[in-house]
Design a protein around this ligand. Structure first.
Ligand SMILES: Cc1cc2nc3c(=O)[nH]c(=O)nc-3n(C[C@H](O)[C@H](O)[C@H](O)COP(=O)(O)OP(=O)(O)OC[C@H]3O[C@@H](n4cnc5c(N)ncnc54)[C@H](O)[C@@H]3O)c2cc1C
Length: 431
């Protein structure tokens, strides 16, 4: 059985091995640490050969002077952070968990708290070694097969398998973060704070999604610190050992949790030097926290509302959720900078909202309504989080990129040999 982070499962077997290029030659799908929430890393057919890159985690090349590194696709942020932080370097863009492979980061063209100031991961990729559907391995970059390069970045593993990634690191004074928190008593205030604080390289807001008709929140900002030079220790973690039959995060406890969290953070709002683990990866302290949602699992609705649609559109989206009685368990709001380099990259200038919902009939219905609203605003849903988009809505959201992406796919991935369950759902690929 192969599972997604949100709890979707398919029959099939993952093949693990460290001779990555050999294994990928006849693979149908490559998979990293399985952190995509929906079906992006699930096979379309249980018989498809799914190759897990997890054991291919070597550093292949390092040029400290130019800050260029080449790694095998299966190395994780956790493994690489340990190495580069010691050299006053950092991976320039990081998602909200360290349990993501660099191959997965390229495929989703991930963004982080610094998207408004630094763009997405693809912007730092110098070149990729990819295994094509034909079984050949080639190197691609902005100058070698540039169209394919831009299709693989953000291409959700649907066009070629990534064997290794060469990219540019960022120089940092230390791995510690000088962090500050600000309180927004309602959505207007939170959005204003995010705009006012754009000079900070890192910004993101946590919103109390249960505070109906209000949307109060805490804005987190930060920058790399010059005040500490020691190497931060990874925090100890606790683990959720199994998936309980039903969710332990019930509505009442989540409302209570959000209220307590908001009050505690409001009272303790201050400027302080914090470990990158608590700043970047607060959820990593509990291993497999996704299991708390029980057997039915959960989904994350992450969309971006373009700047042109206006700030009011963000408020309207919340109003729609509250009107339907939706209670998102975890809500993050972040302003996005410029468009990603990949043809299918998610980021566009505007506001991105990520909302966790347990899988219930009502919440699924709500997600379809949110899709309609997002389309009306000219926005789109993030494929790395998506489990529910229809082919029709997907083509409306990514209308300026799909034809170009499919043309490149047809050229390099004949008969759609490389495919996933998501590819069948969104592109109508053969099973
Ligand atoms: C708690 C949490 C927080 C997150 N926060 C963020 C965030 O802040 N920003 C953000 O952008 N994303 C975020 N994500 C999403 C995550 O960064 C992406 O889903 C990422 O792609 C997961 O990487 P992975 O190694 O787990 O890949 P998987 O989930 O295994 O695969 C994801 C996709 O990448 C493809 N893929 C993986 N490896 C390869 C390869 N070698 N070659 C070709 N294709 C490949 C797969 O086919 C699949 O389509 C978060 C996820 C979680 C669980």
């Amino acid at each position: 059985m192969i599972e997604s982070w949100g709890g979707l499962a398919t029959s099939g077997v993952e093949i693990l091995g460290d001779k990555l290029e050999n294994l990928l030659r006849d693979a149908v799908l490559s998979r990293g640490l399985g952190r995509a929430y929906g079906d992006a890393a699930l096979p379309a057919n249980p018989k498809d050969k799914v190759v897990s890159t997890r054991l291919a985690n070597r550093i292949l090349f390092f040029d400290p002077k130019n800050r260029v590194i080449e790694v095998e696709a299966g190395i994780s942020y956790r493994e690489l952070n340990r190495v580069v932080w010691r050299k006053n370097l950092a991976i320039p863009v990081s998602p909200g968990t360290e349990f993501v492979t660099i191959g997965g980061a390229v495929s989703a063209d991930v963004h982080g708290k610094n998207h408004h100031s630094a763009g997405s991961f693809g912007d730092y990729v110098v070149s990729l070694r990819v295994v094509l559907a034909s079984g050949d391995t080639i190197e691609i970059s902005d100058s070698k097969e540039p169209e394919l390069f831009r299709a693989v970045i953000g291409g959700m593993g649907l066009i070629a398998h990534i064997a290794s990634v060469k990219f540019k690191l960022e120089e940092i004074p230390s791995p510690w973060i000088e962090a500050e928190t600000f309180v927004g008593e309602n959505l207007d205030e939170v959005i204003e704070l995010l705009e006012k604080l754009r000079d900070f390289p890192f910004t993101a807001a946590w919103i109390d999604g249960c505070a109906r008709n209000n949307g109060r929140g805490i804005v987190y900002v930060g920058r790399w610190s010059k005040k500490r030079i020691d190497i931060p220790k990874a925090p100890s973690t606790v683990s959720v050992p199994f998936r309980p039959p039903c969710s332990v995060l019930r509505n009442l406890s989540i409302e209570l949790f959000n209220t307590v969290y908001f009050l505690a953070k409001s009272l303790s709002a201050k400027r302080t030097v914090v470990s990158p683990y608590s700043f970047y990866y607060p959820l990593d302290g509990v291993n497999n926290w996704n299991r708390l949602y029980g057997k039915k699992g959960f989904f994350q609705y992450q969309c971006v509302i373009p700047e042109d649609a206006g700030k009011n559109a963000v408020k309207e989206l919340f109003k729609l959720i509250w009107k339907r009685g939706g209670l998102p368990y975890l809500v993050v709001l972040k302003d996005m900078g410029s468009r990603g380099k990949g043809i299918l990259s998610f980021p566009i200038k505007g506001y991105t909202l990520a909302l966790d919902f347990p899988f219930t009939k009502e919440n699924i219905k709500l997600a379809y309504e949110l899709d309609a609203f997002t389309i009306e605003c000219g926005g789109r849903v993030y494929l790395a989080k998506d489990a529910l988009l229809t082919k029709e809505n997907f083509s409306k959201m990514y209308k300026d990129s799909i034809d170009r992406f499919q043309e490149i796919r047809e050229k390099w991935n004949k008969d759609f040999k490389i495919r996933s369950k998501m590819g069948v759902r969104l592109f109508g690929d053969p099973k």
